[in-house]
Design a protein around this ligand. Sequence first.
Ligand code: HEC
Ligand code: HEC
Ligand code: HEC
Ligand code: HEC
Length: 510
Amino acid sequence: MPGGAARIPISPRELSVSNCENAHAMRRKLLFSVPAVAVLAVLAAAITHRPEIPGGRIVVHFTAGLSGVLDPCGCDPSERGGLARRLSVISDARAADASHVFVDAGDFIGIPTIEGFDRKDNPGFLSPNKRRFCEIKMDALMKGFGFLGIDAICPGEADFMLGQSFLREWGRSLPFVSSNVVYANSGNPVFRPYRVKVIGRGRFLGIPYGGVRVGIFALTFESAKLKHVKEDINDILSLPVITAAVGTIRELTGPEGCTVIICLFHGTRGQAEMLLSQVKDIDLLIVGHEWQPEDQKPQMGRTLIAGVPARGMAVGEASLKLSPSKTTAGGTVRLIPLDPSQKEHEAGLAILREFREKVRSASLEPDEQADAGGRFAGSGKCARCHEEESAQWSGTSHSRAYSALAARGQDADPECLQCHTTGYGLVGGFAKPSDSPLLAGVGCEVCHGPSAKHVEEKEKIEAEGRIKPPVRDAHRKRPLFKICTSCHTPQRDRFFERNSELRFKRIKHR
Ligand code: HEC
Ligand code: HEC
Ligand code: HEC
Ligand code: HEC
């Protein structure tokens, strides 16, 4: 399926998982549905002719810790990552090379904090509109996996934050695997324990034969807390990894006939090394948690270890060399950075467009608004009396911050609105695209506080000719510097702290 054609599956069910098979089912097919003559012919062919694995190696692309990030937001033009770039790298590799495996080692779901949707006293709380938003966003992420025909996904502890039903629904079409995540009450596995992908298989009389059987299994380190949402009836937990690994590897190297074993390990590098000190038969282990640059020491025993920076900023690539007996003989690991020079796949852009459209039509207003301490008037109300300040402000991009979102089709996205409008998430603040244009953009009241009362008082003074009555308002005379860094975070504006003096000068009115 991957390659040039950009058909985007519409619902989870519509995606189909191909080219991985269960060995038992295969053998049953061979025994019962094919005449014995053909079986013999196949065997003869398999003995005399082995299909070649291109380059004598298997290429594994992997992601981990995507944390719900779909796309670079555009705040910092040098930002890396994004679904469309990821799709382009991986789908090109899959189209060019049949010996290709693509896997994810967990924590693909991430729940952003959004002003107006979170409860300060209950950080894990998902308001109805925030849940809806996160589901729309994570559906887009999962579609990316589906488009690439991902071979296996190891759910991490964060991936249960939208509830088990979210994973169950997507599990109809995406290959979640885990050898050690079980339901607490029954001990039954939540996902299938492993997948087998056959690479470099030949065909004779239409019947597949030969090839390298690659077993992929997944472990979630037991101390990783599996997060729950209230509506999940059954608790889940993760069993000790060593026992689970030993049992699964026995199955893969035995009845399943796998000669290459890949482990998706949702734990840290240190926890992985603990596992590998006792379990030797893994060819490639992908570390899913807390990647550090110094983690890139690739080998332990015969096992190649690999990780990838979080938030989808790069794609990991491991190249496993195959020996003539089809087992692995070492390999190499590298990171492919998804910087702005990387091209974007049309299918990824289409998924993003669909995501933005869905967010727009869901019209998700903040549903946990906090008191603003006053009423907002809107920047347009100030100009009459503060001509100079207003003219200066109009010259800064603060005044145009909302149109920057509109230009990207994201002017209804709550995650963006919280920093690109005035009073978002506060009572009386900007809440939806049809709201007062006076509150669009980073207006006067972002820095000076809600000032409707100030306006009314001053108008009254004008009318009555009185001088300087006290003004009790949320209105601030001098904004605090910490207001700036609530939006100019290191992630959105890398050099703000370093250049703060210059930046401050730019917004001062005189
Ligand atoms: C935490 C606050 C924050 C959030 C959330 C945020 N932005 Fe920004 N955005 C900023 C800041 C601060 C800047 C200015 C950065 C600078 O000047 O270096 C900016 C700049 C931008 C720019 C550059 C505009 C230009 O004139 O070049 C774009 C585009 C943008 N943001 C889009 C988005 C989108 C789309 C989202 C949502 C996915 C988003 N932002 C979410 C804070 C935020
Ligand atoms: C009807 C005229 C009028 C309007 C409208 C008005 N102001 Fe003022 N504002 C004044 C006057 C007069 C002063 C000077 C008050 C003083 O010196 O006490 C002032 C002072 C200020 C100050 C300086 C600190 C202070 O409070 O003395 C800030 C900040 C300010 N205004 C912000 C705003 C903002 C923001 C708006 C729009 C939401 C606004 N003003 C609308 C008349 C107005
Ligand atoms: C990004 C934050 C920010 C925004 C947005 C902003 N201001 Fe200010 N404003 C400041 C700061 C900072 C000061 C104090 C200036 C100083 O330290 O000299 C100030 C001071 C003022 C004062 C006091 C007199 C002065 O000029 O020093 C007025 C009046 C004022 N602002 C009005 C406005 C109006 C009207 C708007 C919208 C058109 C606005 N401000 C938008 C940050 C902001
Ligand atoms: C509500 C969020 C928010 C707050 C608070 C905020 N900013 Fe910004 N700021 C933005 C966004 C968003 C942009 C980029 C707008 C765009 O380019 O579309 C921006 C842009 C800027 C720029 C570039 C302006 C230009 O025209 O080149 C400067 C400088 C800046 N901010 C300084 C500050 C300072 C200093 C403060 C605190 C006094 C502050 N900002 C507070 C969101 C915020």
